[in-house]
Design a protein around this ligand. Structure first.
Ligand code: 5AD
Ligand code: SF4
Length: 437
């Protein structure tokens, strides 16, 4: 039996949904009487909110568990949460005897009780995907960053052959619109000026015959909410109504993250992506027709089993065709239980390294070109945090660029800024006027 824990720390890895889940777990633990301590400080309870998307991410979780042992040999109560917990459940506990609690992404509303059990010497595991939504059991939002995440949809029915998400996050499920709107109001009342709607397939959100575009239009009516974004989308769910919203809803920011994964139709078929390079490009064209200045970003996987040099060239071609403002690229990582993991022709590491490097370089060229194209624009920057230099603050442009501004403004201020210089991953801006917070 351990002493009753008093302090906690939640560390999240992986995607934005994990960041959201991490915030909700922190709120829940605060409500149950524990005090949060900052990263790096010793805590009685440590929650590792893990990611299983690639092997490296999953391995990191276990090495982080090991590092929680203190110099005197003692350790905090350790809860393994997130997608590694979901995917490995009991196995995780036997792999690392230091883990006290294993809790999956759909069961974390039970965390306080599980930690209480663990303090009594039990080692509870809960990776259920209950029919009753965890959201109903979570406390009301009371703290918000200027840009706040809000999960509206979880899970995935698409079964891309490389991906663990349908197994770790379960089937596609959409939260009711009224719950989302209530949470958005609470976030705005707690200081949010921008809301990022989250879902593994966020543009598949659908509830009572309403779709994501309808939800966005409704949220745009909230006073005090200035900006709306959503991520991550699937190309096949990019409906005409959502595309139209990009042209019509002023608060919907000109940024779209639309992963394509590969430019080769053969690879896309083997990935079970249900779109072609051509249908993807057509969608991009329509989105640009609705909102000409939109910044497009995407995800890529290099070295999918069987990918030839020519097929990789097609990926470079689609990068050139789209002219991405930003993009994320990954080496294919075989995930246990997914169809692609047992496909023949797994690609050698050196080949993947080389392709990734070439893809990075090509994306960087387009990102730099995009950033340069915005120099001279008068725009709005939502200040999020302090920069490294004294008097320097960092915020986001409508196109999601990080913008450095010399100002005495504080996080949450919306500033009129002229973009003055472009860098590979950021912009400089000069203050025009301060719009009332
Ligand atoms: N290997 C490499 N990258 C992957 N992704 C998903 N699964 C894998 C995998 N097995 C990438 C995809 C996805 C992003 C979140 O992670 O590009 O869009
Ligand atoms: Fe990682 Fe995907 Fe789970 Fe997010 S949903 S934590 S990216 S495995």
């Amino acid at each position: 039996m351990t002493a009753i824990p008093k302090t906690f720390r939640v560390k999240s890895f992986g995607c934005q949904m994990n960041v959201y889940d991490g915030e909700r777990m922190a709120e829940l633990l605060s409500d149950s009487g524990l005090n949060a301590v900052a990263e790096g400080e010793d805590a009685d309870v440590v929650v590792l909110n893990t990611c299983h998307i690639r092997e490296k991410a999953a391995e990191k979780a276990y090495s982080d568990v090991g590092r929680l042992r203190r110099e005197d040999g003692s350790k905090p109560l350790i809860a393994l949460a997130g997608c590694v917990a979901q995917a490995e459940a009991e196995e995780a506990r036997s792999r690392s005897p230091m883990i006290d609690v294993v809790v999956g992404p759909q069961a974390y509303h039970r965390l306080p009780q599980m930690l209480a059990d663990a303090a009594q010497g039990h080692r509870p595991v809960d990776t259920d995907m209950p029919a009753i939504s965890k959201f109903d059991a979570l406390p009301k939002r009371r703290r918000a960053t200027p840009s706040a995440f809000l999960t509206v949809q979880e899970g995935c029915d698409k079964f891309c052959t490389y991906c663990v998400v349908p197994y770790t996050r379960g089937a596609e499920i959409s939260r009711p619109g009224s719950d989302i709107v209530a949470e958005a109001h609470a976030l705005v009342e707690s200081g949010a000026r921008e809301i990022v709607l989250l879902g593994q397939n966020v543009n598949a959100w659908e509830h009572d015959e309403r779709r994501l575009a309808d939800l966005i239009r409704q949220l745009a009516g909230i006073d005090g909410l200035d900006r709306i974004r959503y991520t991550t989308s699937h190309p096949v769910n990019m409906g005409e109504d959502l595309i139209a919203a990009h042209g019509e809803v002023e608060k919907l920011m000109p940024y779209l993250h639309l992963p394509v994964q590969s430019g080769s139709d053969r690879v896309l078929r083997a990935m079970n992506r249900s779109h072609t390079s051509e249908s993807y490009l057509r969608t991009i064209e329509k989105v640009r027709a609705a909102r000409p200045d939109i910044a497009i970003s995407g995800d890529f996987i290099v070295g999918f089993p069987g990918e030839t040099d020519q097929e990789f060239e097609e990926t470079l071609q689609i990068v050139d065709a789209v002219r991405y403002a930003a993009a994320y690229s990954f080496k294919y990582s075989p995930r246990p239980g997914t169809p692609a993991a047992s496909m023949e022709d797994q690609i050698a590491r050196e080949v993947m390294d080389d392709r990734l490097q070439r893809l990075h370089a090509r994306i960087a060229e387009h990102q730099m070109a995009f950033n340069r194209s915005t120099v001279g624009h008068d725009t709005q920057v939502l200040i999020e945090r302090r920069g490294k230099r004294v008097g320097q603050m960092i915020g986001r442009s409508p196109w999601l660029q990080s913008v450095f501004v010399e100002t005495d403004a504080v996080p949450g201020d919306m500033l009129g800024v002229t973009l003055t210089a472009a860098y590979p991953n950021s912009m400089s801006g000069a203050l025009k006027q301060q719009v009332a917070a």
